[in-house]
Design a protein around this ligand. Structure first.
Ligand code: ADP
Ligand code: MG
Length: 273
């Protein structure tokens, strides 16, 4: 529903600021003859509390898009707003754009949680210490408070009994659940997942998807790059199919997955379904 047709009332604002609003995002790696134009004008709107699943073949720019949404990459053109705030830049009084101070960018980034295909846990720290680390280092939380909160989060991802285990003592699925708990420890308003189950043995995929589904049910706004079509069908509010740096087709999962109109999407689905 567009803002212009939505009914207005005093109780509910007609236009809710989307959690993510990416407009005309381009990303070019490198310069000159060696330049690689990876994102070619991506628009993406993610409403508050919704789940967007991003599909697309390898090399289509899915990871780059996610990295642009949390400023691991600086975009070449376009804009990204998260919860109404422009990422990476500010306008001065004359409307001229200025790059934000790295500290300010780090603060913006700390509101966005990211989970990667590889878990990147600290091997010399227990599960609990991994989850408690960033709130102490970045937020200045006391160690005791951070550990209490970490214990709660490990319980939430079903790992209360693994708090004192080191990553090497955990299965891949357990490590990924620790990584999710670690991201949640920073109280993000948005969670990005980049193929969170792709590195897992098949029998461990379900436990991670279940945690993600619970998180979605709790109202977390999520953007998830995954090839798990079942997850997209059941959990996503919106499915985006990317190819060659552009969004080729998007819409509700029913329409995009069951009745794709783009040949490239039909071809892609015939391989992953
Ligand atoms: P996907 O996640 O859909 O597989 P990526 O976003 O990882 O795709 O990559 C898209 C393209 O961008 C690929 O051709 C990849 O090699 C290239 N690419 C990604 N990151 C970089 C980088 N840091 N420098 C140069 N090229 C990159
Ligand atoms: Mg990728």
């Amino acid at each position: 529903m567009s803002a212009t047709t939505a009914p207005t009332s005093d109780a509910t604002p007609a236009t809710e600021v989307p959690m993510v609003e990416a407009r005309g995002v381009h990303k070019v790696f490198g310069h000159g003859a060696g330049a690689l134009h990876v994102l070619r004008g991506v628009d993406l709107v993610v409403p508050q509390g919704s789940v967007t699943v991003v599909l697309g073949p390898s090399g289509s720019g899915k990871s780059t898009l996610l990295r642009c949404l949390n400023e691991l990459e600086e975009i070449t053109a376009g804009s990204v707003h998260v919860d109404g705030e422009l990422l990476g830049y500010r306008h001065d009084a004359k409307g001229v754009l200025h790059r934000l101070h790295p500290r300010r960018i780090a603060a913006q980034r700390s509101r966005i949680g990211m989970v990667f295909q590889r878990f990147h846990l600290f091997g010399h720290m227990t599960a609990l210490e991994n989850v408690a680390e960033a709130p102490v280092q970045v937020r200045g939380l006391s160690k005791a408070a951070a550990r209490r909160r970490a214990a709660e989060l490990l319980e939430r991802v079903g790992l209360a009994d693994r708090a004192d285990h080191y990553p090497a003592q955990l299965s891949g699925g357990q490590q990924q659940r620790v990584a999710i708990a670690r991201a949640l420890a920073m109280d993000p308003e948005l969670m990005l997942f980049d193929e969170p189950t792709s590195a897992l043995d098949p029998e461990l995929v379900g436990e991670v998807l279940t945690v993600m589904q619970d998180l979605a049910r709790s109202g977390m706004t999520m953007v998830v790059v995954t090839h798990e079509i079942g997850f997209a069908r059941e959990v996503a509010d919106h499915v985006v199919f990317m190819d060659d740096g552009v969004v080729v087709e998007q819409g509700p999962p029913g329409a995009v997955l069951e009745n794709p109109s783009e040949p490239r999407l039909q071809e892609f689905l015939s391989h992953v379904l």
